[in-house]
Design a protein around this ligand. Structure first.
Ligand code: AMP
Length: 146
């Protein structure tokens, strides 16, 4: 069986992210694969467009710093070094696909809440990731009581 070479673990920075990272890391280790741990931050301008005449640069920078610190906190218990942690700015599924293509990723790992109904089985980001992916995608079922 062919081995994965580069596993991209995508997290939304909620407390449930630990479960996704843990699974992704275990698979990467079994395959001797590289890991990239990523979070995509939507630009504030996307939400507020040109409607509000204000400079959002400082707030955007603060959000990026906050996301970076949170990602580092989640990565620490699993010993994922800083150079493998990435904050990307953009729409999450597009950023995940872009990074996967640029970095030759062959497995993307996301979380899945397993809500009821087909359209809710995967969340909107995980559905978007699955649909455009050129490589394998693993949806880790989030356990509520963990
Ligand atoms: P959702 O589709 O929002 O239910 O999220 C499902 C999964 O998609 C999460 O567990 C993450 O693996 C991934 N995800 C959601 N939002 C982001 C984000 N902003 N950056 C990276 N991955 C994300």
């Amino acid at each position: 069986m062919s081995q994965y070479k580069h596993v991209l673990i995508a997290v939304d920075l909620t407390d449930e992210s630990g479960q996704v990272i843990e699974k992704g890391k275990a698979i990467a280790e079994r395959n001797g694969a590289n890991i990239s741990l990523i979070h995509a931050l939507e630009p504030l301008g996307f939400a507020y467009g040109g409607d509000i005449p204000m400079d959002l640069t400082t707030i955007q920078e603060q959000l990026e710093q906050h996301a970076k610190a949170k990602l580092a906190d989640l990565a620490a218990p699993l010993n994922i070094p800083q150079e493998q942690q990435h904050i990307l700015v953009g729409v999450p599924d597009s950023e995940i696909h872009r990074m996967a293509k640029d970095q030759g990723v062959d497995l993307i790992v996301v979380g899945s809440h397993g809500r009821h109904g087909l359209s809710l089985l995967l969340g909107s980001t995980s559905t978007g990731v699955l649909h455009g992916a050129k490589c394998d995608v693993l949806a880790v079922r989030i356990q509520k009581d963990k």
